[in-house]
Ligand binder design. Structure first.
Ligand code: EPU
Length: 421
């Protein structure tokens, strides 16, 4: 079984480039199903999840390939299969979001109940209810959602929670739905804005992305187009935390400070210096880390995806921190692994009480999901001795060449099987 091995204790230094946003790319690739014509996407991260999405789109009959390392070309003109395979949807939740676009364009689609990272219940009721509001008939049988309707129409949709996935899914589907669709209490993440900007380059009419209400005027067809994905704020945040944990000094090229406000603010509270400049974000830590309390919230609150790496950081702070996870109930599964490395973290329900320790010590640990993996890598880099991280298929889903990039920052880290460059 492949592992990542880290010999910790070396402060990171140098420059690292941020890849394109995973979560924006996945939503945009699902949105490309709407286009009649060729879509060229630049700055696509070459990671497990985007490769899975390429496979899914090809399975539907869209001609999709990486034309170079970070450019994907998708031609959905001749989509002929309206059913997504279980093996892919089980692996990656974002693949569920082809249901609405297929339905809107072809009047019919079948997609299995999705899987993905095991971080909580993760139902899809907002997606299904929203599509029903647009006039879809949807039923579930043998684990597969079947949706059909030749007569979709614009509608007002109120989301009970600012779900990123449901906002993206419904906004995308509504582009080809006649009439006006208004999505209220929607998510406002930068990835939502990126998806809207992409869809607009194809001819969609969308207003309000990035605010709590999005309005979509349905159009008859969308054409091809060319688009470049925004930098990944969660990857940038992970490198920032790694630098802070090791007492390092790094420049994260093209990280967008505006997308990282809550993380930058909490890093500042913890005693980490973050400066934003034209080339990116410099992260530096000289003194001890201070304890910080965090509550995860939908954007623009503190992102749940950064909760795990930040928990690793606070495990070596000078005092006690409290983290409250309000978005995903099972996102504390990394805590057992952190405690194996000498951390002192106690979880009660949705709260983790982190008593900072002087030092972590390397140990064999297992990544249970993507960001848990990121947290363990950050911890391993700050720990004394060697840490062996298993379950790295989770990490490969979301971080492009992470070992190579950290080596570039001076970390002593390697894979038991060398990384493809
Ligand atoms: N929810 C429902 N019903 C729904 C949809 C969501 O109850 O129909 C609940 C979820 O169970 C959760 C909350 O609403 O408690 C938020 O879920 P959301 O829909 O916003 O999450 P998502 O779209 O499934 C995306 C990211 C996640 C990220 C979350 C929150 C992608 C592919 N995934 O998931 O990213 O944690 O938003 O920001 O965009 C990751 O990158 O590691 C990752 C898991």
């Amino acid at each position: 079984m492949e592992k990542i091995i880290i010999y910790g204790g070396k402060p990171l230094s140098g420059r690292v480039r941020t890849s394109g946003s995973k979560n924006a790319t996945l939503a945009i690739m699902a949105g490309a199903v709407l286009a009649e014509g060729r879509v060229t996407l630049h700055n696509v991260p070459r990671i497990g999840d985007t490769l899975t999405m390429v496979e899914l789109l090809n399975g539907l009959g869209a001609a999709t390939h990486f034309s170079d390392r970070n450019t994907v070309v998708i031609d959905s003109t001749h989509i002929h299969c309206l059913e997504a395979p279980y093996e892919l949807v089980r692996k990656m939740r974002a693949s569920f979001c082809v249901l609405g676009p297929l339905l809107a364009r072809f009047g019919y689609a079948r997609v299995p109940v999705p899987g993905g990272c095991d971080i909580g219940a993760r139902p899809v009721n907002f997606h299904i209810d929203g599509l029903k509001r647009l006039g879809a008939n949807i039923h579930i049988e043998h684990g597969v959602y079947s949706a059909e309707s030749r007569r979709l129409r614009g509608a007002n949709i109120y989301l009970d929670f600012q779900s990123a996935g449901a906002t993206q899914h419904l906004m995308t589907a509504a582009c080809l739905v006649p009439g006006v669709t208004v999505i209220e209490n929607c998510a406002t993440e930068p990835e939502i804005v990126d998806l809207a900007n992409f869809l607009k380059t194809l001819g969609a009419q969308i207003e309000g992305a990035g605010t709590g209400t999005i309005t979509i005027h349905g159009v008859e067809r969308l054409s091809g187009g060319e688009y470049s994905i925004i930098p990944d704020r969660l990857e940038a945040g992970t490198y920032a935390i790694a630098a802070a944990m090791t007492g390092g000094d790094i420049l994260i090229e093209n990280a967008v400070g505006e997308h990282l406000r809550p993380v930058i603010s909490k890093l500042g509270e913890a005693g980490v210096e973050v400066t934003e400049g034209a080339e990116g974000m410099r992260v530096r830590r000289v003194g001890r880390l201070h304890p910080v309390d965090i509550k995860t919230m939908p954007h623009p609150g503190f992102p749940t995806d950064m909760q795990q790496p930040f928990g690793a950081l606070l495990s070596i702070a000078d005092g006690t921190s409290v983290i409250t996870e309000t978005v995903y109930e099972s996102r504390f599964r990394y805590v057992n692994e952190m405690n194996r490395m000498g951390a002192d973290i106690r979880v009660e329900g949705r709260t983790a009480v982190i008593t900072g320790v002087e030092r972590l010590t390397g140990a064999p640990v297992t990544a249970t999901d993507l960001r848990a993996g990121a947290a363990l890598i950050c911890a391993g880099m700050a720990a004394e001795g060697s840490t062996e991280v298993s379950g790295i298929e989770h990490i490969d889903r979301g971080y492009e060449n992470i070992v190579h990039r950290l080596q570039g920052l001076g970390a002593q880290i390697e894979r038991s099987v060398p990384e493809e460059q």
